[in-house]
Design a protein around this ligand. Structure first.
Ligand code: FMN
Length: 189
């Protein structure tokens, strides 16, 4: 048996490059502070975690200015960005003071910002926070799911934005039927 070659002597740039091969969507995690001022940050490290109970997770950097505000509020809203929302991602991916200045939004049932024209959103409360090196891993319980906009997602790949040019989803194998994000025939594409 031959062995595939790899490197255990990698630096952070090589680590980033390797991890950048994994394509994700882009979310904006929003919340409000004690003065009810909206805040949020762009976040690709989002995942659906559990079906029963309904849990999700995301990983904020320990240096994030939004994270302590989410922690204090104990709740957050996950906004899933569409392909047209690259600008929104750039705004929330920066350290600006008033990221909502040019953003249209409404309140969710938990009173959190739902950004206009997102693919969908989910209202969550913080369930657990786990240490994750220079990040935290935040587990949230989903309370309300927003409506689904029939549009394409904004994707993040190799450190840049990408969009699905061909709106065609190849069905995965049937054994995935019980997998969390499996939608079976119930897909719009
Ligand atoms: C597409 C994209 C994905 C990002 N994903 C994450 C992430 O998963 N976790 C994180 O902590 N920061 C992520 N960031 C970086 C933060 O959005 C950025 O550091 C932002 O300035 C943080 O704002 P804050 O300090 O107000 O929280 C991402 C940025 C972009 C543009």
């Amino acid at each position: 048996m031959t062995q595939v070659r790899g490197s255990s002597d990698f630096d952070s740039r090589q680590f980033r490059t390797a991890m950048g091969q994994f394509c994700t969507g882009v979310t904006v995690i929003t919340t409000t502070d004690e003065n009810d001022t909206p805040t949020g940050f762009a976040c690709q490290s989002f995942a659906a975690l559990s079906l029963d109970p309904p849990l999700v997770l995301f990983a904020p950097m320990k240096t994030s200015r939004s994270w302590p505000i989410v922690e204090r509020a104990g709740k957050f809203c996950v906004n899933v960005l569409s392909t047209a929302q690259q600008e929104v991602s750039a705004t929330f991916g920066s350290r600006g003071d008033d990221k909502f200045a040019k953003i249209g939004w409404e309140r969710s049932p938990l009173g959190l910002p739902v950004i206009d024209h997102v693919l969908t959103w989910a209202d969550c409360t913080v369930e657990q926070v786990v240490d994750g090196g220079d990040h935290y891993i935040v587990i949230g319980r989903v309370h309300t799911l927003g409506e689904i906009l029939q549009d394409r997602p904004l994707l993040f790949y190799r450190g840049g934005y990408l969009s699905t040019e061909h709106p065609h989803v190849t069905p995965a194998q049937a054994e995935l039927e019980n997998f969390l994000t499996w939608t079976g025939q119930d897909t719009w594409l």
